[in-house]
Design a protein around this ligand. Structure first.
Ligand code: MN
Length: 732
């Protein structure tokens, strides 16, 4: 096939993916947009070498086929890069395709500009992006399609860009897809991100999940046989499929809970999708199937999820239960009608298909976007903070509570009376002193449950307190409280700075980063603001600062360890191969000054990434560290590619966790093994025994991952030891 034929074939493919009943006129419009875009991108190629037009064609196809959008969206997707990359303007698009399509393309162009890889402050850009897209949800959906295609073709990008794009996808686009109810796309985005961020672990896990599936085919057949029988008897038309958790969800569960692959018990799930019978409501039929299944298998009572009676805010409907299957394995069963299934996979667009464009489903999203807009309009919110809050909001599980008048409000799980107060109105939040839940008096920190009826008590003498931050969970409440504190803090920084400057003057020292860093180091403070605020508040005595500045400086990590830092990628992109070579040869500097990130404690041998956020020092994180992913997604320009190259003897902190059957002497056996290792030093050992099971946590100083793995293997081979794993992140 030559290129022209390839392009025509891709176009035909797009037309075939359109909804049934798409008019001849719509097809003509789409062809016109395609011809126009092809002309506009003429002669341009993607990094992979393909003609550029194949990208908009692929994005349009994702929008239509995988998200379920219609003609206007297909046209906008075809044109999405025209204004950004060619000489055509939004006015040209408006003249040729009308104002609605022009405004979609305009929104998409603005996002691209905001998120472009040349911009330095992605977090700030992201904020602008949300402001521009709030007008039409379709802009977000097409943007997600665009990102999905870019992720699917990420191979042709140079490696350091892959990491940045992958972390941005994981941090922003996957949650966004989740919020839009695009389950299949969210899962694919997560898996692709992991694949590029941690290729080795990804491959290993993928293989293990595959093997697990193969091993359990028999069990699965045995489990579903009687279910099939009963469903058929009862006259249902249905499909049953076995599902395994996605690679990413397995990976993140292992990270979050510090558990090994073998400890994940809910890998396997079964999904039943049924064609509803006409004469009965779908909800009723779901519960009917539930009862057929629980007649045969015992359910785990606390694992029933009813999203049939009240759907999730992203539109998801289904009934989930976990039952005891053959061989003593818990198996999750998901029950959905055909319609629910389509909504689960395609999200909102499927909603529109079933309910028409102005359906309730879009109301929920509109409400959510309105909330985000409100958050944005508050002055002074720090962009990164905003991004964190935004993400929090995307992933929150929800509860439904009621006002005294019976109005339902949706809040994230663990929301308190105070969150509820802020949800009603900022002023009510600011003056909240407590509440009544189901007519009973409760403190404002009281956590709400679904179904609670909540009344807020206020006083005009009240004002926000710092301990409020400990128990509120909504972004809205947090932002309001922080805004008030920020004003106060600014004032304290001003006062503290003056005090510090006076001290330096007094000691005849120059005002600069060197002395500042020295003070921070000896006083164990994180940053200069902490220093100033502590001074202003009187939490820190000025004489202690004086003492700190008099101390001799000592370099801790310097000299022993060598890291190579590559020049960060500021130059224009060269073709893939050349660029890769360039990075390896072009070593910018030897690292003599770096900080081991305290959150994930990387050690030599770990895949690491450097971040240069504050000042000159480079903080080295594990590549998979959640904090690093967070920072990379918002400070893409601060990434410094690093690699361990050579080392002399220097020890790094690593933590391992283990458990097993308690027996006499097991602890001393373990510590014996460790003490015999010449390359490892124990710092602390903590063991706890309960009902014959022990759990231990050991802090060690090691040289690198090889020594650590070697040691872990030796411990694991001891009789009685069940699991040994490294604690990857401390703050969870
Ligand atoms: Mn694009």
């Amino acid at each position: 096939m030559n290129e022209q034929e390839m392009i025509e074939a891709a176009f035909d493919d797009l037309i075939k993916s359109l909804r049934k009943g798409t008019t001849e006129e719509s097809v003509k419009l789409i062809r016109r947009a395609f011809e126009f875009a092809r002309e506009a991108h003429q002669g341009v190629r993607r990094k992979s070498g393909e003609p550029y037009i194949l990208h908009p064609l692929a994005v349009a196809k994702i929008a239509v086929k995988e998200i379920g959008l219609g003609t206007k969206s297909a046209v906008a997707a075809l044109l999405h890069d025209v204004v950004e990359d060619t000489d055509y303007t939004v006015e040209d698009i408006a003249n040729l395709f009308g104002p609605k399509i022009a405004s979609l393309v305009d929104g998409l162009t603005k996002i691209s500009e905001a998120m472009g890889s040349n911009t330095t402050k992605q977090a700030e850009s992201f904020r602008k992006m949300i402001l521009t897209l709030a007008d039409d949800v379709r802009v977000i959906l097409i943007k997600i399609a665009d990102r999905l295609h870019n992720m699917r073709t990420l191979d042709s990008m140079p490696e350091h860009k892959q990491v940045r794009i992958a972390s941005e996808t994981l941090y922003i686009y996957a949650p966004l897809a989740h919020r839009m109810g695009l389950h299949a796309i969210k899962t694919e985005l997560e898996d692709l991100s992991l694949k590029y961020e941690n290729p080795v672990e990804y491959q290993e896990l993928e293989q293990r999940i595959h093997d697990y599936r193969d091993e359990h085919t028999g069990l699965y057949q045995q489990f579903i046989a009687p279910i099939r029988e009963r469903l058929t008897e009862s006259g249902y038309h249905y499909e049953i499929t076995a599902r395994t958790k996605s690679v990413y969800s397995v990976w993140s569960k292992m990270q979050r809970r510090h558990i090994s692959f073998d400890e994940i018990y809910d890998l396997l799930a079964v999904r039943i999708v049924f064609e509803p019978k006409d004469n009965q409501p779908e909800k009723w039929q779901c519960w009917n199937i539930y009862s057929l299944i629980t007649d045969m298998y015992s359910p785990k009572p606390e694992r029933i999820r009813d999203w049939v009676s009240v759907p999730k805010a992203n539109g998801y409907e289904a009934l989930h239960l976990t039952v005891m299957g053959p061989g003593g394995k818990w198996i999750e069963v998901q029950i959905r009608s055909r319609r629910m299934d389509e909504i689960a996979e395609k999200g909102l667009a499927a909603h529109w298909k079933y309910k028409g464009d102005n359906a309730e489903a879009s109301n929920e999203v509109d409400k959510w976007l309105a909330g985000i807009k409100e958050m944005l309009e508050q002055p002074g919110t720090d962009a990164l903070e905003f991004l964190d809050e935004f993400k929090l909001n995307l992933f929150a599980k929800e509860i439904r509570v009621f006002t005294p008048k019976g109005e339902m409000r949706t809040l994230p799980k663990n929301a308190t009376v105070l969150d509820f107060a802020y949800d009603i109105h900022t002023e009510i939040g600011n003056s909240c002193i407590g509440g009544k839940v189901n007519h009973k008096l409760v403190p404002m920190s009281h956590q709400l449950q679904s179904g609670d009826q909540v009344e807020v008590l206020t006083s005009d003498k009240q004002k926000p307190q710092s301990d409020w931050l400990d128990f509120i969970v909504t972004a809205k409440a947090r932002n309001n409280i922080l805004m008030i504190f920020r004003r106060e803090k600014k004032e304290q920084i001003r006062i503290g700075t003056t005090m510090f400057e006076k001290l330096l003057e007094d000691m005849k020292l120059p005002f600069g980063t060197e002395n500042l860093n020295k003070a921070l180091l000896h006083l164990k403070l994180q940053n200069k603001d902490d220093l100033y605020v502590s001074l202003a508040k009187g939490h820190l005595d000025i004489e202690d600062v004086r003492k700190a500045l008099k101390k001799k400086s000592e370099n801790k990590f310097v000299k022993y360890w060598k890291l190579q830092f590559f020049k960060s990628d500021k130059d224009k992109v060269a073709p893939e191969k050349e660029e890769k070579d360039k990075v390896i040869n072009d070593i910018a500097e030897d690292a003599s000054d770096f900080i081991v990130a305290p959150c994930c404690n990387p050690i030599p041998g770990d895949d690491v990434v450097g971040m240069k956020i504050d000042g000159d020092k480079i903080t080295v994180h594990k590549r998979k560290c959640p904090e690093a992913i967070r920072l990379m997604s918002s400070h893409g320009d601060k990434i410094v590619p690093v690699k361990w190259v050579s080392h002399k003897i220097m020890s790094f902190l690593a933590i391992i966790k283990l458990n097993g059957i308690d027996s006499i002497g097991i602890v001393s056996d373990i510590t014996m093994i460790i003490s015999k290792e010449s390359n490892v030093n124990m710092r602390t050992v903590h063991f706890e025994t309960k009902d014959g099971i022990f759990e231990g946590m050991i802090h060690l100083y090691v040289h690198n991952t090889a020594d650590l793995n070697n040691l872990m293997m030796k411990i694991a081979s001891l009789k009685g030891v069940e699991n040994v794993s490294r604690v990857e992140n401390l703050d969870v």
